[in-house]
Design a protein around this ligand. Structure first.
Ligand code: BGC
Length: 759
């Protein structure tokens, strides 16, 4: 071998070795990856006793350190200093969460957090600050006077990721203005079962939409640096596959093969981790017979070894105990702790006692769990605290946040609500209504702030919202203000579940020009929101049918967290406006759209079913839409995913592909011309669907692969283009690995299609 060749040979070997080492270090279990958290953390860990370490992994709820009994804390809320000192100095607790019943003022939050941090920082040996966590899922919803935004399902309907990021930034700002640095949001579960009571907490049924919106919200919450005092640590939840229980009931079993776990339920989390999300909360239910809290495949193999997630994994509420009390895979509460910690959980949301601390300490002392395993979790927890700047600034102060609850944030919330409202039907151009006409406002959602906001509003179930948000306008109040009280007649008609005065509503309908019927659901979340029947309750169906029989033009406004089935209502209603849960400015937003001061532009983020036994998503398989004699597709929803009309009209033309052939390494540009053919300015979301015509795993009829929201003046045309690569059309193959197979594909925008080939 000559000298040159020899040198080349050495260079190749060295490069090979370096690459080999890099790959090995990425794949190696977290046990050896301590240094990624930095010297400061290592030094701190080396000084900690095992008790202090286990305390860091313990999270209790505010009741535990409050005056009064747990879950029965009296008003006005006060911290109990003796209980606080016990938690922090005796049990070395590292984290606290939640309110003790309902929302507090900013000042009270500041006082709570200051007292807690004073104890943690000044009265303990190592002075490690507490990380306080809260569910600020549509605004910092447990702080009085905060800006309450539309819920996540509305954000998805808006198809506006820039606005979602802005919302995230405001929520982060107002959360820090409440002295809290950690937000248990976003929900990245997919809304694939319409009965599930947390459906509205999701971004809807589509993977791509959830990925884009989830990243936007995380970016809004975290920015580039969470030590910035206007940013918070995001907590992506509920990792993963929580949202598709077979029964539709919360926290019940899901059976999902690994292929679909990877293709549908994991990508939104992966995208959020790539965006930098610092923490996650674990799925409270079981998947394929294994509760997620004891699933080491999910919590270690996939999370740490495949996705290289560096942050902290907190359990959900009481879920380690549930491994024993509900799931019955542990024969004792102590075994439950062992299973959860060995599976990979870092912090236990215990939340109402110190049992986790006691059991885990025993397990380590008995040699059942190694101290090295404990160190892994403690590093992650301390790292998040360090990233948040809590060591330097354990408490933020309300006076540094002059924009809290400001008019500019209110307008952002109102615009977000407007952009989410989805016009599902509008016959005879019934909408917008004329401001000169007389209307009857009727139905249980017409005069309710509670219905507009849904759960997680001032309280967990949102049942006190009418009191807390009494200065905000319900739909009725907003319409009265807009067109004058004299032109508005109001009758309740029915409550959500019970008839009240349908006959009176019918008689009043006779004296007006149009009927606005506001129906749907009252607030709920989690198990209390479980239902046995997805049909809209009969009282509301009866009210709707009685009003339709009057022959007056009727507009239905649906205020609901999940699509309650409306097919028992006679279809002679003219218009349907889907409001979902539009938040505190929802009343005004709805009034603006109904009377034409705003043009609707939302798109349905899920398939609205027509029957309870036909809960099928838009990306179903070909076998789910066969026509076997009904004269129509078996897939026959009330409204399709992506439905959303405007007061103007749009025309699509000129679908162009940069080539009809492309390869694994080249990109394809797909473009279309969109023209506003009506007479109003309007926004339109252009959606790109791609179908893989033949594949080794049965292909979906179509999949959303891109969307873009544009605004057009009357007569204006814009070209919208998307760039796609082979990877964007990948699916999870027979071996549970992502793959794109060569062959024929179909691109579809609007109703125009064009085929192309991957060579
Ligand atoms: C919910 C979580 C929530 C946690 C803390 C649980 O019951 O499932 O989504 O973050 O409580 O409030």
């Amino acid at each position: 071998m000559n000298k040159k060749l020899f040198i080349l040979f050495i260079i190749f070997i060295t490069i090979g070795l370096v690459i080999g080492l890099l790959i090995a270090s990425c794949n190696k279990p977290q046990t050896n990856a301590a240094n990624q958290y930095g010297d400061k953390i290592e030094e701190l860990v080396s000084k900690m006793t095992i008790e202090e370490k286990i305390g860091q992994m313990t999270q209790v709820t505010l009741d535990v350190i409050s005056v009064g009994e747990i879950y029965n804390v009296p008003d006005p809320h006060r911290l109990d200093t003796a209980k606080l000192m016990k938690a922090i100095t005796e049990y070395h607790v590292g984290s606290i969460l939640n309110n003790a019943g309902h929302a507090y003022s900013q000042e009270h939050w500041h006082s709570i957090i200051s007292q807690i941090q004073d104890a943690a920082v000044n009265k303990t040996r190592l002075g490690i600050p507490i990380i306080y966590g809260i569910d600020a899922i549509h605004g910092v919803n447990y702080t009085i006077g905060s800006t309450l935004f539309p819920q996540q399902i509305n954000m998805a309907a808006s198809r506006n990721p820039e606005a979602v990021q802005e919302i995230g930034a405001v929520v982060a700002y107002e959360t820090r203005a409440s002295s809290i640095p950690w937000n248990f949001s976003p929900v990245l579960d997919l809304g694939r079962n319409a009965a599930w009571p947390r459906f509205w907490e999701t971004f809807g049924e589509d993977v791509f939409l959830a990925k884009v919106m989830g990243k936007a919200l995380v970016k809004g919450y975290e920015g580039d640096d969470i030590s910035d005092k206007t940013k918070v640590a995001a907590c992506t939840k509920h990792y993963f596959a929580y949202s598709a229980p077979l029964s539709g009931k919360d926290r019940t079993p899901a059976w999902i093969p690994e292929r679909y776990l990877r293709e549908y339920f994991l990508p939104s989390f992966q995208a959020a981790f790539e965006q930098g999300a610092h923490t996650l909360m674990v799925n409270s239910a079981e998947v394929n017979g294994i509760p997620a809290h004891a699933n080491s495949w999910m919590l270690t193999e996939v999370l740490r070894n495949e996705l290289n997630f560096k942050g902290l994994a907190v359990s959900d509420w009481e879920d380690i105990k549930y491994l024993y009390t509900r799931h019955k895979i542990a024969a004792s509460p102590k075994e439950a702790v062992k299973l959860a910690i060995l599976a990979g959980i870092d912090m236990s949301m215990v939340p109402d006692d110190f049992s986790f601390y006691t059991y885990l300490l025993e397990l380590v002392n008995e040699g059942e769990i190694s101290e090295e395993r404990i160190n892994e979790s403690v590093r992650r927890i301390l790292w998040v605290k360090q990233e948040l700047g809590l060591f330097e600034t354990p408490v933020t102060h309300p006076q540094d946040y002059p924009d809290f609850g400001s008019e500019k944030f209110r307008l952002l919330s109102k615009n977000a609500a407007i952009e989410s409202l989805t016009l599902l039907k509008n016959e005879d151009q019934t909408l917008p209504l004329s401001k000169d006409k007389k209307v009857l406002l009727v139905g249980p959602a017409a005069n309710s702030m509670r219905a507009l906001n849904g759960g997680w509003s001032y309280t967990w179930q949102g049942e006190q919202t009418d009191e807390y948000a009494k200065d905000k306008n319900t739909i009725l109040e907003a319409i009265q203000q807009k067109i004058g009280e004299a032109k508005v007649v109001y009758v309740l008609g029915s409550e959500f579940e019970k008839e009240v005065n349908i006959a009176e509503a019918v008689s009043k309908a006779k004296s007006v020009d149009a009927v606005v019927l506001c129906i749907g659901e009252n607030s709920y979340t989690e198990k209390p929101g479980d239902i046995d029947d997805l049909y809209l309750p009969q009282a509301q169906v009866d009210l709707a049918n009685a009003l339709i029989a009057t022959g007056k033009p009727m507009v239905m406004v649906l205020v609901e967290g999940r699509p309650r089935i409306i097919s028992k209502i006679n279809e002679n209603y003219k218009s349907v406006l889907m409001a979902y849960l539009p938040g505190n400015e929802g009343g005004e937003a709805i009034a603006d759209v109904l009377f034409g001061d705003a043009n609707p532009s939302g798109k349905l983020p899920y398939t609205y079913p027509r029957f309870p036994n036909a809960l099928v998503a838009y990306d179903h398989k070909f076998t789910e839409q066969l026509d076997m004699g009904k004269g129509r597709s078996e897939f026959y929803p009330q409204f399709e995913f992506g439905t959303g009309l405007s007061y103007t009209t749009f025309e699509y033309s000129n679908l162009k592909l940069s080539s009809t052939e492309f390869t694994e390494t080249t990109a394809l540009t797909i473009s279309v011309d969109v023209k506003n053919t009506g007479s109003r300015v309007g926004k339109e979301t252009v959606e790109l669907y791609i179908s893989d015509l033949y594949a080794s795993i049965t292909p979906s009829v179509k999949r959303l692969r891109g969307f873009s929201k544009i605004e057009l003046n009357p007569g204006e045309t814009k070209i919208v283009s998307f760039e796609v690569r082979a990877l964007d059309m990948a699916f999870v193959g027979i071996d549970n690995k992502w793959i794109t197979e060569k062959g024929e594909f179909k691109a579809q925008i609007g109703s125009i299609t064009q085929n192309f080939f991957l060579k």
